[in-house]
Design a protein around this ligand. Structure first.
Ligand SMILES: Nc1ncnc2c1ncn2[C@@H]1O[C@H](COP(=O)(O)OP(=O)(O)OP(=O)(O)O)[C@@H](O)[C@H]1O
Length: 390
């Protein structure tokens, strides 16, 4: 979908910002560009929508050489989200979101209807926020409007330059999660610039780790964490690789323990057989938990059950699990099948969390070993047929 072929950018003062860059982003793929300040990420990005012209090399979007595409027409097919969102201060949220459709000649009412849909999609109720002005929003809300606006013309490609860089870490994590859910629905081809390795790992289907003007490694997050291609990447990824791995390893049903379970309308058992039990409602949805100290008292489970706050949907990351445990000072967390239905699946304990982390590290080691064997066999077995170039 996006292809760079030997692209170099030299600024007039002699700075080589990007040096002979070749890579490809597949349709519907999210690639994060990560690296230290000044390594050429933004220059790479801005060459895609022709805000910057390369000095040499070619860039293709959807099979077309962009040098031969009218920049205005090109930019209609490319959504652009930046850190300083650039909302028009004197236009409402709805008007801001509808800007591009309006420029494209969409009627006012249709543009507003589409804008309302998009605001909903990014988690802003249009009936609450639609008529506000940008200054009446929080930083995180403004970023969401920026994303909605970029999606308004339904472009196949999105360029995002540190879109969540200006918000605090908690809001940032929230926006990242929302954006992942959104991307699962809209499946845009995305180039996402960040200098935060954790963000790159979390969001990217693949990560391009930049050195000075060059890509040092272009690979899936687990591979970058598990097998850094160069000492530079290893250093950039950092010593806390295990911690970063927590954010790319999802909780799986096999990681869960099955604790004793009681139901809300059961009479209180004499003995729980454990220090605590999970309490479910009649539809097997999570309600809360009950302590063994309550066993044998009068009344039903409902009278003694306590609400459960430490819970997550399956598929959430081990990092979220760990931070939920810390936040609620909980020795375990309940895991449900998804946020909407709430069916209880089991509990994640610290021991199980550790096992899940080991599983992910071992799986990676096996992948790397398999890749090495495959490489060796390519190197030692002479090709039997004509060698074709694909
Ligand atoms: N207009 C310009 N003229 C000269 N040099 C420039 C220009 N724009 C950028 N550069 C230089 O090109 C290099 C790459 O800049 P670029 O903005 O692409 O980096 P970046 O990785 O996006 O950095 P950051 O994370 O700080 O935004 C830097 O050395 C920068 O100083």
């Amino acid at each position: 979908m996006i292809r760079f072929e030997h692209v170099t950018k030299r600024y007039p003062d002699g700075t080589t910002a990007v040096d002979d860059l070749s890579f490809e982003v597949a349709e519907g793929e999210l690639v994060t560009l990560v690296g230290p300040s000044g390594c050429g990420k933004t220059t790479t990005m801005k060459m895609v929508n022709r805000l910057i012209e390369p000095s040499s090399g070619r860039i293709f979007v959807d099979g077309r050489d962009i040098a031969e595409t009218d920049p205005v027409e090109l930019r209609r097919r490319i959504g652009y989200v930046i850190q300083q969102v650039g909302l028009f201060p004197h236009r409402t949220v709805l008007e801001n979101t509808a800007t591009v459709p309006r420029l494209l000649g969409v009627k006012r009412s249709a543009g507003r209807a589409r804008a309302a849909e998009l605001l909903d999609l990014v988690g802003l109720d249009p009936s609450v926020y639609g008529d506000r002005y940008p200054e009446q929003l929080s930083g995180g809300q403004r970023q969401r409007v920026g994303v909605a606006r970029a999606l308004a013309a339904d472009p196949p490609v999105l360029l995002m330059d540190e879109p969540f860089g200006a918000v605090d870490p908690v809001v940032r994590e929230h926006l990242q999660n929302e954006f992942l859910k959104l991307q699962a629905q809209v499946r845009k081809t995305v180039l996402f610039v960040t200098h935060d390795m954790e963000e790159a790992v979390r969001l990217g289907d693949r990560i391009a780790v930049y050195g000075q003007g060059r890509i040092e490694q272009f690979d899936a997050p687990a591979a970058v964490l598990g097998a850094p291609a160069t000492p530079y990447v290893a250093e950039f990824v950092g010593a806390d690789r295990g911690l970063k791995r927590l954010s790319v390893t999802p909780i799986e049903p096999a990681d869960l323990e099955q604790p004793p379970v009681v139901h809300l309308d059961d009479p209180l058992p004499r003995d729980l057989g454990s220090r605590w039990a999970v309490v479910l409602d009649g539809e097997e949805n999570l309600h809360g938990w009950i302590s063994a100290e309550r066993a044998g008292q009068s009344g039903s489970v409902r009278d003694h059950a306590r609400r459960m706050e430490a819970w997550l949907p399956v598929g959430a990351s081990l990092k979220q699990a760990f931070s939920t445990m810390l936040q609620h000072d909980a020795g375990w967390i309940a895991v449900i099948d998804e946020e909407e239905t709430g069916r209880f699946l089991g509990v994640l304990t610290p021991a199980r969390l550790h096992e899940a982390l080991r599983r992910s590290i071992d799986a990676d080691a096996q992948d790397i070993a398999r890749a090495e064997v495959a490489l060796e066999s390519i190197a030692t077995v002479p090709p039997t047929g004509p060698v074709t170039k694909d």
